[in-house]
Design a protein around this ligand. Structure first.
Ligand SMILES: [Zn+2]
Length: 263
């Protein structure tokens, strides 16, 4: 693959560093101070601490909102991570299932009262339920977020954003999804250039324009349209559909690479 698409430490390596160095350091003995996350200013402080890591992992512009950065970097918000750790600790046999937080107590009760299927171990059963609980809460936060509109147009759920966990993903894809990328609509919005117009003379060079309309990309768009028609989807399709269908997502990434507009 073109090295311009994969420069620097990989997403996988940066995520590993985050999980093995940053998280254990910050969350050491977090069960002791878990009640602090009931305060909004503490949650805000925690999120601002993990924000630079999210921006680095997903290679996003600093203007990207924290909620979008966390989703695009696939790193769980720290308040939810703490709840997960405390819940997991309470599920260990002979440990008193005690927590100051109502949500954690609810999770402990739910997991303890959900019988494990016969063919999987109790440990795996608990891990799946914990992951499901965290994902449910993260989806709730994501749906309530009012500052990440463009990213939400691509990812209407946390689960759909998992397509980004691919080590061969061109570095600019999360930027395109965030809307904070090299397109004229964004550059004009932040005052870097004076006009948002596309060179094809359309007044706004946005991601919608590039993907669905711009005459400069008519030729390479054919494979994208045919990928959609293979799923019987009428063109144009909502942006959120790309991440939900494997071959369509691959065609979408290939289209953006072939456009050479983001490298
Ligand atoms: Zn155009």
């Amino acid at each position: 693959m073109d090295c311009r698409l994969t420069w620097g430490l990989s997403r996988k390596t940066l995520s590993l560093l985050y999980k093995t160095v940053f998280l254990p350091t910050l969350l050491y003995n977090c069960s002791v101070w878990e009640s602090a996350i009931s305060k909004k200013k503490i949650v805000k402080l925690l999120l601002s601490t993990q924000r630079p890591y999210a921006l680095a992992i997903a290679r996003l512009y600093k203007s990207t909102t924290t909620s979008a950065a966390l989703v695009l970097a696939s790193i769980v918000p720290l308040d939810l991570k703490i709840m997960e750790i405390v819940t997991k600790r309470a599920l260990v046999p002979n440990v008193l299932p005690f927590s100051f937080l109502r949500l954690v107590t609810e999770s402990i009760d739910l997991i303890n009262n959900t019988p494990a299927p016969r063919n999987i171990s109790l440990k795996l059963h608990h891990a799946r339920l914990l992951d499901s609980e965290t994902c449910k809460r993260w989806n709730l936060q994501w749906n309530l977020s009012v500052t990440s509109g463009q990213s939400k147009r691509f990812f209407n759920s946390i689960e759909s954003s998992r397509v980004l966990n691919n080590n061969n993903l061109p570095f600019f894809i999360p930027r395109v999804i965030s809307g904070h990328c090299s397109l004229n609509a964004y550059l004009c919005n932040i005052g870097k250039i004076s006009s948002a117009a596309c060179t094809c003379s359309h007044p706004v060079e946005s991601i919608d324009h590039i993907v669905f309309e711009c005459s400069k990309y008519d030729k390479i768009r054919c494979s994208l349209v045919s990928a959609a028609s293979a799923y019987d989807l009428p063109w144009p399709i909502p942006l959120c559909i790309f991440a939900q269908l494997k071959h369509l997502w691959v065609a979408f990434c290939n289209f953006l690479v072939a456009s050479k507009r983001f490298v």
